[in-house]
Design a binder for this molecule. Structure first.
Ligand code: BES
Ligand code: MN
Ligand code: ZN
Length: 496
């Protein structure tokens, strides 16, 4: 996908196959629209008068082979009530446009940007968001299908017509493309089945990112090296699987050498059967998505490398497959984590925290300025927040605020839950320093409490993406969340 800013005084002769004209619900024509109306012999105003299009938020109407202009289609794009437009609604409108122009056989869409947007959505922001959402919509999963290759979206070029030709806008377009691509990187990894996307597959993809971007250095630790580091907790999760567990380290150097990095830590369970505490059969296939935290970390790394953000970021992915077998960890087993703390594995299905805790100890060596872990950690998070908000828990208020704001700004939102000491005692057990499950409700919070005991050396936040990492039903598949939030968060560190 490419995107560019262009200028044209003569839209009817613009070489593109589809012209997108945005309208608020007052349907008023500006000077540019009136010119188009004239060229098309009033087709535009007739269509607007027909009541087939009312300019509602996200509404789109397609006009095929309009008269008098070079474009083969006009898409009317509704933005709703001008005064009600905000970042959330703009993003929704962008998604509808993305879906229309990625469904038609459109190669080059030109979007008129002469409409005056209200202050609530700044121009550079709306541009970044629009481009990232269209790029996101340009992805269809097809890797393991032989029958739908023909239905791949055809769009390869977006032109933003008559927007301000500023450095800020050019940067916004670049960022939008990079973030959209990063989102799709995460979606593809998430969608791949567990028999393809194994821990070793994740490490080979991470190495590939390292080859594509000289600013990223990838290192992979196998089970032998993790044993030397005494990562007894992480390793215990993969005991039942023939797939070797992997600790993947991606080091992005975009800032000064001595600048403290921000760290991302991703849960990469490539399939979560529950282990000996086996999950029920219904929807168990969806546990191939249990590596979506890792996928979002990889998507984010690719985006920031593409944007060449002037910061340092270190990414750690804890990858394993959780399977039952005679070698698998059993309920009641006690393991020793890299931190030295002993953990009683009361439920082998609470495996995410077991891999993450060792990664959280390992990341200390980078002396990170902040650490954010991303994990499909608890079904309880879906009970609490459904599929709209990512759960956020943190030991640092400023960091939590930054992430919540980044979520608002990218329309990829999180909601904070309390991490009070009161919940910690749910993890007490007579047989180890802590148990891996809490007794007494609030499963998302007790999971975060568990992690907090290992995230003691730096400002830390935990994102529970169990409800947001993938969509169910008709559009079943990985969502790419929270790549947009993470990118926005990291970009905020580059602003003075
Ligand atoms: N990967 C699951 C959490 C999950 C479940 C995410 C369903 C999305 C949809 C995690 O490893 C898990 O199994 N958690 C358990 C924890 C429990 C045993 C304390 C859960 O949520 O049931
Ligand atoms: Mn589990
Ligand atoms: Zn899991």
């Amino acid at each position: 996908m490419r995107a560019q800013l262009i200028h044209s005084d003569d839209i009817s002769n613009l070489l593109c196959d589809t012209l997108v004209i945005p309208f608020f619900k007052d349907l008023s024509l500006n000077a540019e629209n009136r010119k188009i109306d004239k060229s098309t012999g009033k087709q535009l105003s007739q269509l607007l008068a027909s009541n087939d299009f009312s300019g509602q938020l996200g509404e789109t109407t397609l006009l095929l082979v309009p008269n008098g202009i070079k474009a083969q289609r006009i898409v009317l794009w509704g933005l709703g009530d001008k005064d009600a437009l905000n970042r959330q609604s703009w993003s929704r409108a962008a998604d509808s446009l993305a879906s229309v122009i990625n469904q038609q056989k459109i190669k080059h869409a030109a979007i008129l940007s002469s409409l005056k947007l209200p202050k609530s959505v700044t121009n550079t922001w709306s541009l970044q968001q629009l481009i990232s959402r269209i790029t996101r919509g340009n992805y269809r999963y097809s890797t393991t299908k032989t029958s739908i290759k023909a239905k791949q979206p055809t769009l390869t070029k977006i032109s933003i017509v008559n927007g301000e030709n500023s450095t800020a806008n050019k940067r916004a377009i670049k960022a939008g493309l990079a973030i959209g691509k990063g989102i799709n990187t995460a979606r593809e990894l998430g969608n791949l089945p567990g028999n393809i996307c194994t821990p070793k597959y994740l490490s080979s993809e991470a190495r590939k990112l390292g080859r594509q971007h000289p600013s990223i250095k990838t290192t992979v630790l196998g089970e032998k090296q993790m044993k030397l580091l005494e990562m007894g907790s992480l390793l215990s999760v993969g005991y039942g699987s023939v797939e070797e567990s992997q600790l993947i380290i991606m080091n992005y150097q975009g800032g000064k050498k001595n600048q403290q990095p921000h760290a991302l830590v991703g849960k990469g369970i490539t399939f979560d059967s529950g282990g000996i505490s086996l999950k029920p059969g219904a929807k168990m296939d969806e546990m191939k998505f249990d590596m979506c935290g890792a996928a979002s970390v990889m998507g984010t790394m690719s985006a920031i490398a593409e944007m060449k953000l002037p910061i340092n970021v270190v990414a750690i992915i804890a990858a394993a497959e959780n399977m039952p077998s005679s070698r698998a960890t059993k309920p009641g087993d006690v393991v020793t984590s890299m931190s030295g703390k002993t953990i009683e594995v009361l439920n082998t299905d609470a495996e995410g925290r077991l891999v993450l805790c060792d990664a959280l100890t390992y990341v200390e060596r980078f002396k990170p300025a902040s650490v954010v872990d991303i994990a499909t950690l608890t079904g309880a998070c879906i009970m609490a927040l459904g599929h709209h908000a990512t759960g956020l828990l943190s030991n640092n208020d400023a960091l939590a605020e930054n992430l919540l704001k980044a979520g608002q700004d990218s329309a990829d939102r999180a909601w904070q839950l309390p991490l009070w000491d009161d919940y910690q005692k749910q993890l007490d057990t007579p047989f180890a320093d802590l148990g891996n499950i809490g007794a007494g409700g609030a499963g998302t919070i007790t999971a975060a409490c568990f992690l907090s005991q290992f995230a003691t050396q730096y400002p830390w936040a935990h994102l529970d993406i169990a409800g947001t990492a993938w969509n169910q039903g008709g559009g079943k598949g990985a969502s790419g969340r929270p790549v947009a939030m993470l990118c926005q968060y990291l970009m905020s560190h580059t602003e003075q």
